[in-house]
Design a protein around this ligand. Structure first.
Ligand code: ADP
Ligand code: MG
Length: 320
């Protein structure tokens, strides 16, 4: 069972940044308005995500780690494939790290915690916590040397964690985010409107010079901000694309962004942009892979045309 859990975990958990992504998304799902992420060793020795959300009911607290304790799965490969990704994040993390879940359910009397370590589960037992949930993940992949080997150095893992937090934060300007770890990665993002959040993440210089984008085609909406062609410090990591509020890294969307600038920007430079695609959920699948955030549009050509057209129009009417 351990082997199956660890294979399943590999699908959701690749590196500390994917743990952070899953935990922060859970906090947002719980209605958190303040989320703090603390890491040590680039997240390899510690990831701790604390939130002020609604908390976890006691029976779900046990459920979240139960699969690891009482799994009845055989070694059938089909069983592995049948594991849904949703509802798998916490059990998956628990199978490859020391996991502590501490939570105070808003409708309950006090906080409780559960622990998973090397297949040993403890709790639920009473714990001290004023509000919300704290999830601690220690020593990721300590029991899976083959996966541990693929993690990069502390700096690179730390940079990936920072990138995940910045991306999610851009999609949720109303939520306060705090990231602490190494000095280089410390970050506090106070809540505000989207302009303020973009200024805090990408710099006031960007937002003050960016072209506002707002266009629609056949029910698909594109909003956001794109850099003027002369905005200097572009790099490919500063392209933030959201589909229905979820951060994605989609080749087609990024290539459409690049294509929009093909006449006005040298090939070795990169536009900076924050783009939101709003589309009928029936016309898109953002769950192609839980960790990779690829997207499948029912009509990719429509979306591509919208992105290229809207940005070209903004560039054209900006008098540049
Ligand atoms: P999923 O998010 O797909 O439901 P997870 O394994 O990530 O699966 O989480 C399992 C469940 O634990 C969630 O559905 C939610 O009920 C609960 N949960 C996890 N993290 C939190 C949190 N920070 N606050 C409140 N509930 C949480
Ligand atoms: Mg989740």
């Amino acid at each position: 069972d351990d082997v199956i859990d660890q294979i399943a975990a590999g699908e959701v958990v690749e590196r500390p940044a994917s743990v952070v992504k899953e935990l922060v998304e859970n906090a947002l799902d719980a209605g958190a308005t303040r989320i703090a992420v603390a890491t040590a060793g680039g997240g390899k020795t510690l990831v701790r995500v604390s939130d002020d959300g609604g908390g976890i009911p006691p029976d779900e607290l046990t459920l979240a780690i139960r699969r690891h304790c009482t799994s009845k799965l055989g070694t059938d490969i089909l069983a592995i494939r049948s594991l849904g990704f949703r509802g798998e994040a916490l059990p998956s993390i628990g199978s490859v790290a020391r996991l502590t879940l501490r939570s105070r359910w808003e409708k309950g009397d006090g906080a409780e915690e559960v622990l998973v370590e090397n297949g040993r589960c403890e709790g639920p037992r009473p714990a001290a916590l004023g509000r919300g949930t704290v999830v601690e993940v220690r020593d990721l992949f300590h029991s899976v040397p083959a996966r541990l080997k693929f993690l990069k150095g502390e700096r690179a893992e730390s940079a990936a964690v920072t990138d995940v937090v910045r991306r999610i934060a851009l999609g949720h300007p109303e939520v306060r985010f705090e990231l602490s770890g190494t000095d280089r990665s410390n970050l506090v993002l106070e809540p505000g409107d989207e302009r303020k959040r973009i200024a805090d993440v990408l710099g006031a210089e960007f937002i003050d010079n960016a072209l506002p984008i707002d266009a629609e085609r056949e029910g698909v909406r594109l909003t956001g901000f794109a850099s003027i062609p002369t905005y200097g410090r572009g790099n490919a990591l500063q392209q933030y694309v959201f589909v229905n509020g979820r951060p994605v890294r989609d080749k087609m969307l990024l290539s459409a962004l690049r294509a929009a600038y093909s006449d006005v920007m040298a090939r070795d430079r990169h536009p900076v942009a924050v783009l939101h695609v709003g589309i009928d959920p029936a016309d898109v699948d953002v769950n192609v892979h839980p960790a990779k955030a690829d997207v499948r549009f029912r009509d990719p050509g429509l979306v591509r045309g919208l992105v290229v057209g809207a940005i070209r129009q903004a560039l054209g009417t900006s008098g540049l």
